[in-house]
Design a protein around this ligand. Structure first.
Ligand code: SF4
Ligand code: SF4
Length: 122
């Protein structure tokens, strides 16, 4: 995705705090997300899905984060066990359509998550 550097008011640098992995919600996995993650863990797609994912007609494959213990792919050291092969929704956070303006920049008006990696441009 091209991020144009125009009218930027908010900047982002991930602190790896994992707060976003602990907010209640759903982490969706597309076919390519599953392929990448399973390869990264040296598992077959089937074993990866069976071990970590749920499935529904509405969502497809997903992980439900039910409470502040967070996503089941977080390890004891607070790291994602598929850090270099995260699903697209995780790796593109916080530059999601709902948080960005028409130039692809983070919007102060739209971004409402408790992320310490977001800061005002100086
Ligand atoms: S909450 Fe923000 S700073 Fe913390 S891990 Fe998530 S993206 Fe990075
Ligand atoms: S897959 Fe990794 S980055 Fe995404 S929510 Fe789970 S632990 Fe966090």
């Amino acid at each position: 995705m091209i991020r144009r550097k125009k009218n930027i008011t908010l900047e982002f640098k991930c602190t790896r705090c994992s707060l976003c992995c602990r907010e209640k919600g759903y982490v969706l996995f597309s076919k390519s997300d599953i392929e990448r993650a399973s390869k990264y863990l040296n598992l077959t797609k089937e074993v990866f899905a069976k071990k970590y994912l749920d499935y529904s007609e509405a969502y497809g494959f997903y992980i439900e984060v039910k409470d502040s213990r967070g996503c089941i792919l977080l390890d004891d050291d607070n790291n994602c066990i598929i850090q270099n092969a995260k699903p697209e929704k995780c790796s593109s956070f916080p530059y999601w359509d709902e948080y960005t303006d028409s130039d692809g920049n983070l919007s102060r008006k739209k971004f409402d998550r408790p992320c310490p990696g977001i800061y005002e441009k100086k």
